[in-house]
Design a protein around this ligand. Structure first.
Ligand SMILES: NC(=O)c1ccc[n+]([C@@H]2O[C@H](COP(=O)([O-])OP(=O)(O)OC[C@H]3O[C@@H](n4cnc5c(N)ncnc54)[C@H](O)[C@@H]3O)[C@@H](O)[C@H]2O)c1
Length: 263
């Protein structure tokens, strides 16, 4: 399986959810990891947990809002100062925004979702790619969503920005493949993280567990995804084992996005 010994990987949104789970899998395979999040408390808790579990890996924390360009430049510079190089980026931080029908969508929320989900991912690539070029290549995994390949009711801003992530991924793969930089996006379905738990709460504030159960019953596997399922795919895509997959948007959703109607 993917070996990441000695690799230096940046994980954004590493305080909880998919970012934290991926950082755990990456460290289990030998990577040194820069943990980036704007939630300082979650970030410190993540670092303490990971250091105890993986004493042979090094962890750097950088508090940053990925929607602020200087913050992104800073997490890249801090990583190079600490580790001397960058091998990979897991461009994961993102928010869902509020659920509302398209014509009622709050424009301020829409702009915030663009700033974080679209520009945050863009800035990450903008500052990491030159470091990968200096290092003879590298790997990038951007986090889209099934909402980056399909529509999702009441999530116009989220779906728009995740489609944009898919588009930027294809461009980065085209423009920097010559530099041995392979860029892919993953498109998770419903993976049980704090963000998804909050979405079930919005769907059914009285009984979010009922909403979760109902949602899982529609998946071919009859379960939600585990963040570790996603971490394993990310580790492969960020490793040298991945020699030729680039520019792809890879669904990780138990097969659900292939369903049509009530099949
Ligand atoms: N969980 C799922 O089922 C699912 C499905 C599809 C896509 N995704 C995507 O996966 C990514 C992670 O989702 P999650 O479910 O782990 O979410 P989460 O809310 O559980 O965790 C997200 C983390 O990112 C951090 N974050 C958010 N905005 C940030 C910003 N501007 N700067 C720095 N850090 C920021 C949060 O503090 C948090 O620690 C998101 O891009 C999300 O859209 C998740």
């Amino acid at each position: 399986m993917a070996n990441l010994k000695g690799k230096v990987i940046i994980v954004t949104g590493a305080g909880m959810g998919l970012g934290l789970a991926a950082a755990d899998v990456l460290a289990s395979k030998g990577a040194n990891v820069t943990l980036v999040d704007y939630n300082n408390e979650a970030l410190n808790k993540a670092k303490t947990e990971l250091e105890a579990k993986y004493p042979e890996s090094k962890f750097l924390t950088v508090t940053a809002d990925v929607s602020v360009e200087e913050n992104v430049k800073n997490y890249v510079d801090a990583t190079v100062r600490e580790f001397g190089k960058i091998d990979g980026l897991y461009n994961n931080a993102g928010i869902e925004g509020k659920q509302a029908p398209l014509i009622e969508y709050d424009i301020e929320v829409f702009k915030k979702v663009i700033d974080i989900n679209l520009l945050g991912v863009y800035y990450g690539m903008k500052y990491v790619i030159p470091e990968l070029q200096k290092n003879g290549g590298g790997r990038i995994v951007n986090v889209a969503s099934v909402g980056g390949i399909r529509g999702v009711m009441n999530q116009t801003a989220y779906v728009a920005t995740k489609h944009a992530v898919a588009g930027m991924t294809k461009n980065a793969a085209l423009e920097y493949g010559k530099d041995n930089i392979l860029t892919n996006a993953i498109a998770p379905g419903a993976i049980l993280t704090p963000m998804v738990a909050e979405a079930f709460h919005q769907v059914n504030p009285e009984d979010p567990k009922a909403a979760e159960k109902e949602y899982a019953s529609r998946n071919p596997t009859k379960r939600l995804g585990d963040p570790k399922d996603v971490g394993s795919l990310v580790a492969y895509l960020l490793s040298d084992e991945n020699g030729y997959v680039s520019g792809q948007v890879i669904a990780i959703d138990g097969g659900e996005s292939n369903m049509y109607g009530n099949s």
